[in-house]
Design a protein around this ligand. Structure first.
Ligand code: PEP
Length: 249
């Protein structure tokens, strides 16, 4: 039985004051939830998350990391630095990183490897654009994104990872994949990993992300291969995020 996980991607939102209210509320209520809860604030607020969530049922993570361990990489943050702070999770290959910041499959694979080497839990995001879905190549795209990582770290490198299927056309658009569409891709991901020799394919957690709201979470999370969600906009509103976590209970 896979324990459900709900992760909030705050993107580039928040302030010390807003975060404090949200984190205090999550801290107070997450203990009663049966799913795992993770928040991913922007880098400057990770220390705040660490301080306010210590000893609570809420874990925290970063939204990205460098593929390099240290050196002349102005503006970057290494896996070691995240570990230093006590960070446990890190998003890798979010579609906004891929499309807005030019992260290729190979860069994403490098970041994934850096996370695994440091002992972080990478949450690897994969998903197709609208035109790719309409052209019928969703499976090809998702397999290509997975294979880039598998080529780099092998199946052993997936042991601690979490995957997130995030159709690009559903992120921040209010257009959600239907539960059937999500389930089909999640099942495809699992069977592809099994075909690649990953023995724990039935145990790895695959989150769905893309306009998840309290209104659609129960049905999405009720699909057999959907193990929770990666939540953007709704993760900034305590009532909504907690309701989504409840849906994963
Ligand atoms: C995301 O940012 O990963 C995401 C899924 O955003 P939203 O829930 O707003 O679509």
């Amino acid at each position: 039985m896979r324990k459900k996980l709900v992760a909030g991607n705050w993107k580039m939102h928040g302030s010390l004051r807003q975060n404090e209210a949200l984190l205090q509320r999550l801290r107070a209520e997450a203990g009663a939830l049966s799913c795992e809860v993770v928040v991913c604030p922007p880098f400057p607020y990770l220390a705040q998350a660490q301080a306010l969530l210590e000893g609570s049922a809420v874990a925290w993570g970063a939204q990205s990391l460098s593929e390099f361990p240290q050196g002349a990489h102005t503006g970057e943050v290494s896996a070691g630095m995240l570990c230093d702070l006590g960070c446990r999770y890190v998003l890798v290959g979010h579609s906004e990183r891929r499309s807005l910041y030019g992260e290729s499959d190979s860069v994403v694979a490098g970041k994934f490897e850096a996370a695994v080497r440091a002992g972080l839990v990478p949450v690897l995001c994969v998903g197709e654009t609208l035109s790719e879905r309409e052209s019928g190549v969703t499976g090809d795209v998702v397999r290509r994104q997975l294979d880039a990582v598998l080529d780099r770290v092998g199946v052993a490198g997936l042991a601690s990872a979490v995957l997130a299927y995030e159709p690009v056309w559903a992120i921040g658009t209010g257009m959600t994949a239907t539960p059937e569409q999500a389930q089909a891709v999640h099942a495809l991901i699992r069977s592809h990993l099994a075909a690649c020799g990953f023995e724990a394919a039935s145990a790895i957690r695959i989150l769905y992300g893309g306009s998840v709201k309290p209104q659609n979470a129960v049905e999405l999370f009720g699909q057999p291969d959907v193990d929770g969600g990666l939540i953007g906009g709704a993760a900034l509103v305590a009532d909504d995020f907690l309701a989504i976590c409840q849906a994963a209970n």
